[in-house]
Design a protein around this ligand. Structure first.
Ligand code: AMP
Length: 833
């Protein structure tokens, strides 16, 4: 019973097919042309507009829905079904689609475009006329399910029009095309049928598009993430593992989360280019080998060499490695490291040929070795037959050997930035010297630029000099302490131009200002992490002096959140917090204490990736407008700073954790000012007395709990940044854990929340005991898991605590110690459990 339309493909675009009721406005074809194409993350399973031949849909009864033949300006058919039995009683007209494969998707979306006539415009039809129709589906593994009964279809929804049209609209040729989207899932079979039921409306179903959503394949943090079909549940986040791209290796297992909307959220972990390769436009390519090596002074025991930087350094060259050996003696070789493009290899045999190879190292690792260059030492003077010379030669050789040993010892002591030795020990080969200290691979530590006698040396150690001509300044985007901050573009040789932020040093600066300004670059240049603002380089050889960093389209986080109040999902906010925590973990691992962590010092880019910034040397003391003088004379951003740092300048990663808790509060409250308009003095007093910020509105309880953990008075009880990162990861993996919000009645909107000191004595309930040891957050979990009496609690083991989700070691200790104490007291007959 193929539902061929009464008119067939009769008309040209816009021409009504003969013999049918005109329901469609005449401008329909024009409007259809402008229908939105499906976005990249939506995959069509069916789009009735693009099917060239028969759709194969079935109308039942035959005189219900009818297909009307329209073609567009390219004579392509427009499949439109209409029904308009508004004057007749008891209508039950079904339109059944053909079988649609779901291609493995378990949630599908149906977008309907239709017009619906206003019953008021139909004189006489009011009694029977309807303004809705129903949509159904039936799942089936194959096309055999087609003949099932109507009552086996499952209803998706009743569809009503936002806009119905009247005769008048038609006369004016006003187009009122409705678009409605519904979703269905989880689907368990291979495909399904859709059905549209009319019960007496005047409808033209213009198009039906069925699609699923996917997170399209991307490369992020050097890992490739595959096309991923979204989950069955509309709030589900699928954790997807990435695969490191060619020439890169895993640093931290790369993962992202595919949301039900087809967006990639919360990137975690990353890959790094392998040694010898550098990251460039989401790929890894190695620095090119040194191509030209020239010999310099040659004596009978030494050869001096010089060479040119590789044609494509692909980064800042940190040092060169020179490998040499006596020709045909390759198994016994010597390695020298040099920051210069010249070396002298001494202690060589006279009149012997030596083979040299050189390679460059950038932050990404070593490039390939150059080709082999062969040079010969000068021959010894003609040997004397006078045997009396022999002792002199022996003495000379001995002295030479001793001197050589001294030189090698000197080099190995690290006073020069290089070392030389025969036969490489694979461990030692990775060792390098930095500022007089031996540094082991993998244990990178932050070097305070203050330790350099000459601060310019620090800048050039850690920052690349950029020629001013490579920079185009476009506009001023902010005001820094030392001058304007601009956006612009950087064009480096062999690289595509890309957007950057440029901090300038204002004219008339003092030497100290210049030093402090460039100090930030010396610090920033030591960091390499996706959540730390990346330094491109500095301009110091011309004026104005500039610091060039990656450009963060959305500027500082506090302003951005204020501007977009209430616009993000909790997962997006947690993603931002996760990024900041990950950046801070990196800084604390490097031994760097930030001291001014606040949302105003976080920058956010167009992908909502947050990066920690603001690494000024004397910044905390001088340039932060939030910083206030303390009684001890220091200038400190009071609202963000831990009590011990305010009271006795104890700045540590644990005080950064306190500030991180405040940043969490700022983020969850979309840039609200911590402690509102309270004075700094009142804030210090309140915090000292045990009061804490209340939960922001609509804040998941787990996040507020984390804030409170960060604000523990005892800095050792605060979580570490790695614990914070894992905790946020856990919440992201399990978004339902974010659904429990802080109880509105327990939120105190404009008062601080009291955190009373640990209590003691006998406890009447588990809740009272947990509250007293400040572990009240676990009361519910204890109760739910059967630990509802102190008797039951007395049996709790460490393993039980872990199972209950008490993962913080500090909390486990607190609970176990308190239990232990109570048991001892019980033994002594003091406290009845
Ligand atoms: P700062 O001196 O680092 O506090 O920068 C002053 C202001 O300039 C910031 O608040 C931002 O609005 C803007 N800004 C600084 N660095 C960048 C950047 N890398 N990308 C975009 N905006 C920036």
């Amino acid at each position: 019973m193929g539902p061929r339309g009464t008119g067939g493909w009769a008309g040209r675009a816009g021409a009504p097919a003969p013999g049918r009721t005109c329901l469609l406005p005449l401008l329909l074809c024009a409007a259809l042309r402008s229908l939105r194409a499906s976005p990249g993350s939506e995959v069509n399973l069916l789009d009735s507009r693009t099917v060239m031949g028969d759709l194969g849909w079935i109308a039942y009864p035959k005189n219900g829905w009818e297909e009307i033949g329209e073609v567009d300006e390219n004579y392509a058919p427009i499949h439109t079904y209409q029904v308009c039995k508004v004057m007749e009683q008891n209508q039950n007209n079904w339109l059944l689609t053909s079988w649609i494969s779901n291609e493995g998707a378990s949630r599908i979306f149906i977008e309907l475009k239709f017009t619906l006539r206003d019953c008021n415009s139909l004189p006489g039809g009011l009694g029977t006329c309807k303004e809705t129709f129903n949509m159904y589906y039936f799942e089936s593994d194959d096309e055999d399910g087609r003949n099932i009964k109507e009552n086996q279809y499952i209803k998706i929804d009743t569809i009503a029009a936002d806009e119905s049209f009247t005769e008048l609209d038609l006369g004016d040729r006003v187009m009122k095309l409705n678009t409605e989207v519904r979703d269905v899932g989880p689907l368990t079979k291979k495909g399904f049928y859709l059905a549209f039921q009319d019960v007496g409306a005047c409808i033209a179903l213009v198009s039906v598009r069925v699609y699923y959503k996917k997170c399209p394949s991307v490369i992020r943090n050097l890992a490739r993430f595959p096309d991923t079909i979204t989950g069955a549940d509309s709030s589900q986040l699928l954790e997807v593992s990435g695969v490191c791209i060619n020439h890169s290796v895993t640093e931290e297992a790369p993962k992202m989360h595919c949301s039900a909307e087809g967006e990639w959220l919360v990137p975690i972990g990353k890959c790094l280019c392998k040694a010898g390769y550098e990251e460039k436009n989401n790929t890894c390519q190695a620095p090119s080998p040194v191509s030209t090596v020239k010999k310099g002074k040659i004596t009978k025991n030494s050869i001096s060499l010089s060479w040119q930087e590789p044609d494509r350094p692909n980064g800042i060259i940190l040092e060169y490695e020179i490998k040499y050996f006596e020709k045909d003696q390759e198994t016994s070789y010597t390695i020298i490291k040099s920051k210069e493009t010249t070396i002298t290899a001494d202690g060589l045999k006279p009149g012997s040929a030596y083979v040299f190879q050189i390679r460059a190292r950038t932050a990404a690792g070593y490039g390939g070795f150059s080709r082999r260059f062969e040079f010969e030492t000068s021959p010894v003077l003609a040997a004397s037959s006078d045997q009396s010379q022999i002792p002199i030669i022996v003495v000379s050789v001995t002295v030479g050997v001793i001197l050589l040993a001294v030189v090698i010892g000197f080099l190995l002591s690290g006073r020069r930035c290089g070392y030389s030795k025969a036969k490489q020990d694979p461990e030692e080969e990775k060792m390098h010297f930095h500022n007089g200290h031996i540094k082991l691979p993998g244990v990178r530590t932050y070097v305070d630029p203050h330790t350099y006698e000459d601060p310019n040396q620090a800048v050039h150690e850690f920052a690349k000099e950029i020629e001013a001509s490579c920079i185009t300044i476009e506009r001023v985007i902010g005001a820094g302490e030392f001058g304007e901050v601009c956006s612009g573009r950087l064009k480096l040789q062999g690289k595509r131009e890309f957007p950057v932020a440029i901090k300038t040093l204002k004219v008339g600066y003092t030497e100290k200002q210049r030093r402090d300004f460039l100090g930030e670059a010396s610090i920033m240049g030591q960091f390499d992490h996706p959540n730390i603002i990346h330094l491109e380089g500095v301009v110091t050889k011309s004026k104005p002096v500039m610091i060039v960093t990656e450009y963060m389209e959305n500027g500082s986080l506090d302003t951005f959140l204020k501007k977009n109040d209430g616009q993000f999902t909790v997962i997006q906010l947690v993603g931002m917090l996760r990024g900041i925590a990950s950046g801070m973990k990196y800084l604390s691992d490097m031994g760097y204490v930030h001291r001014d962590l606040a949302a105003r010092n976080i920058l956010i880019n167009s992908n909502l990736v947050c990066k920690v910034s603001d690494f000024g040397l004397s910044r905390v003391l001088e340039d932060d407008p939030e910083a206030a003088y303390t009684t001890r004379g220091g200038k400190i951003p009071i609202r963000w700073t831990a009590p011990e740092a305010i009271a006795f300048r104890k700045f540590t990663s644990a005080s950064d954790v306190w500030s991180y808790g405040i940043v969490m509060w700022e983020v969850m409250s979309y840039g609200e000012r911590p402690y509102w308009e309270m004075t700094n003095q009142d804030v210090i007093k309140a915090v000292e007395e045990g009061y804490r910020l209340p939960s922001p509105m609509d804040c998941p309880a787990a996040l507020y709990q984390l804030m409170l953990d960060c604000w523990q008075k005892d800095r050792n009880s605060r979580p570490k940044f790695d614990e914070i990162v894992s905790m946020l990861d856990k919440l992201i993996r399990n978004p339902s854990s974010l659904k429990t919000l802080v109880n509105a009645s327990s939120r105190v909107s404009n008062l601080l929340v009291e955190h009373s000191p640990v209590g003691s004595g006998a406890y009447r309930s588990v809740g009272e005991w947990l509250e007293a040891i400040k572990m009240g957050r676990y009361t519910e979990i204890f109760m739910e898991n059967g630990y509802s009496s102190m008797d039951a609690v007395a049996q709790v083991t460490l393993e039980d605590l872990r199972r209950l989700g008490v993962t913080l070691v500090g909390h486990q200790k607190k609970i176990m110690n308190s239990l232990q104490e109570m048991k001892v007291q019980l033994v002594n007959g003091m406290v009845p459990l």
